[in-house]
Design a protein around this ligand. Structure first.
Ligand code: FAD
Ligand code: DLZ
Ligand code: SF4
Length: 511
């Protein structure tokens, strides 16, 4: 039976299930560039270029194998602009007995796919996405009957299942976790490895022209595009990371430094999330480095934890809890997103750096996302849906299955502790300890009140005050609430006054 195999822009793996059993002599692969996918949130131009250029290269690699690919460009005549519209047009071009797809990464698209059989009168086979290390049903089994979910418990089960960094049923080195050794600030004079970037080829340059014309009003620089767009590029980026960055990954995982956009991070998430790399190959490459003695155990364990643990865990939560998950707002946060998230115009230097890096690269490393833009949105009580729309649009690696749990659960605690055990709330002291931003800031991280006071300081205590009823019962919040209890009423009043003044000024500049 002739089959139409519809491949989406984040399914660019030769091993993707929709291509399983393909008959090149008979079947057709459909790939479509559509306006709706670039605008359901206004994606950073670099993300659009990455996806479209990688799609074009992937289509060429299939054609080189002798597979017939029906590829619709964004500017093709008659392009309807949506997956459903383009599938309908493709079915007019090809008489097929069935459609095969791989389950998408977003709830929104899953809903769409479920309408196709009735809309087109052709059977639609939705295959599992088996590019992950844990299936959704395996995750549901793990979650069944548990009162609370903790990444650590899930991660240990995944270590046992894969046998990675395990010896005789015990964790390699005797510990599951080397986080205590992995929290160093960057010592003065340490120079992170210069990052390997990829010069745009002719295909990418053509896409850049198209994106520049169509999406000129989207947030983000386009000309600094330097992402790889093929599997070969992505593998080269992986080799570079393993050789040059992995040895320092553990030590400086939580560090931040002005002007250093990548530090020792992998910058591989965009490739993983569109399918140019697979999670198992990243973990195996790190394990090889450990065995060969080129990377220490805390770094390798820390890296594998992010992929085998966090990445799989957030995906599990997403499919287990959606669509209700996105609706919760445990802290009743409802302020509008401040304008500086789009402009970088703020006198808080740490936030200015994080937003500017985001604009430059469509990338910010995890601690910038969690402890700067995320922490600020948490402390300032910004409405989760607005923060989530921002994260989904500004990063090259942003797809809802991974963005939403990280933002809604980890950064904003909007799920009331389903994903993490306590809010990642921090004052200026934390940022000062882990970065060099404060030295160049108009505010002072050691000052608690007054015009020089770091806003993170009074916002932190204000956050604890206004959320006391919700957060005080949490045993993991006992320490800060004991400190709060020792404050005089007058001190509390001054904190509230300072925070309200700051938030009022912020709100008048929201956008
Ligand atoms: P590294 O720090 O080098 O980590 C290695 C790999 O581990 C990453 O490539 C990534 O695939 C995986 N990883 C690490 N942490 C996480 C995590 N918390 N969740 C899932 N995977 C993880 N990641 C995305 O891929 N897409 C997103 O849209 C996204 N949104 C986020 C939003 C917020 C508010 C926060 C706090 C985190 C978000 N993350 C997201 C997780 C994490 O910040 C990025 O995966 C990471 O910064 C990617 O850069 P890297 O490849 O240099 O990662
Ligand atoms: C992100 C994105 C963009 C910008 N454009 C396209 C596109 O034109 N065609 C396509 O197939 N996929 C695109 N994508 C990725 C999709 O948004 C992604 O596949 C869905 O969100 C499902 O996760
Ligand atoms: Fe950020 Fe406060 Fe430090 Fe300024 S003083 S860089 S606002 S933490």
């Amino acid at each position: 039976m002739k089959t139409l195999r519809f491949i989406l822009g984040d399914q660019l793996s030769r091993s993707v299930s929709a291509l399983g059993g393909i008959d090149p002599a008979r079947d057709v692969v459909l790939m479509v560039e559509v306006q709706a996918e670039a605008t359901y949130v206004r994606h950073h131009p670099q993300k659009i270029v990455l996806v479209l250029s990688a799609m074009r290269h992937f289509a060429e690699s299939l054609r080189a194998e002798g597979i017939s690919v029906d590829y619709v460009r964004l500017d093709a005549a008659g392009n309807t602009g949506s997956f459903t519209g383009e599938l309908g047009r493709a079915l007019d071009r090809h008489k097929v007995g069935r459609i095969v797809v791989t389950a998408p990464g977003e709830w929104r698209v899953r809903d769409m796919m479920q309408t196709w059989k009735a809309a087109f009168g052709v059977p639609v086979e939705i295959r599992d996405d088996d590019r992950f290390l844990c299936t959704s049903s395996e995750f549901a089994d793990w979650a069944k009957g548990r009162k609370g979910f903790r990444m650590e418990h899930f991660y240990r089960q995944m270590r046992r299942k894969t046998g990675w960094l395990m010896q005789d049923g015990q964790p390699e080195g005797g510990a599951w976790n080397y986080d205590a050794q992995n929290r160093k600030a960057l010592p003065e004079g340490t120079v992170p490895p210069a990052r390997r970037r990829f010069a745009p080829d002719a295909v990418t340059r053509e896409v850049m022209g198209l994106v520049g014309r169509r999406f000129a009003d989207h947030f983000g620089d386009l000309q600094s595009f330097g992402w790889g767009v093929t599997r070969d590029d992505a593998r080269e980026a992986l080799r570079f990371f393993i050789a040059n960055c992995l040895p320092g990954f553990g030590d400086y995982q939580d560090a931040m430094k002005a002007g250093e956009d990548w530090l020792f991070h992998a910058a591989l998430s965009p490739y993983l999330n569109i399918g140019l790399l697979l999670p198992a190959e990243l973990c195996r490459a790190a394990l090889d480095a450990y065995r060969q003695g080129t990377a220490p155990l805390p770094a390798v364990e820390g890296f594998i934890r992010q992929i085998l643990g966090w990445r799989e865990y957030v995906r599990g939560i997403y499919w287990l809890k959606m669509p209700a998950y996105a609706q919760s707002n445990f802290l009743d946060a409802n302020r509008p997103l401040p304008a500086f998230y789009w402009t970088a115009e703020t006198d808080l230097k740490c936030l200015r750096e994080a937003v500017a890096a985001t604009r430059r690269n469509a990338y910010a490393h995890h601690i910038q996302r969690l402890m700067l833009t995320g922490n600020f949105a948490l402390l300032a009580g910004i409405a989760p849906a607005q923060v989530e729309a921002w994260y989904l649009s500004v990063y090259a690696d942003a797809f809802e299955w991974v963005e939403l749990p990280n933002t809604h659960g980890m950064a904003l605690y909007a799920d009331g502790g389903l994903l993490g055990s306590k809010p990642y709330a921090a004052s200026g002291a934390y940022i000062n300890r882990m970065s060099d931003y404060c030295a160049g800031c108009v505010y002072d991280p050691k000052t608690k009140l007054g015009p020089k006071a770091c806003p993170f300081n009074y916002l932190y205590w204000h956050f604890l005050i206004v959320n006391e009823a919700r957060l005080k019962p949490n045993p993991r919040m006992a320490l800060p609430y004991r400190t709060l209890a020792r404050m005089t009423d007058e001190h509390r009043r001054q904190i509230v006054q300072a925070a309200r003044g700051f938030l009022g000024r912020l709100e008048s500049r929201s956008g």
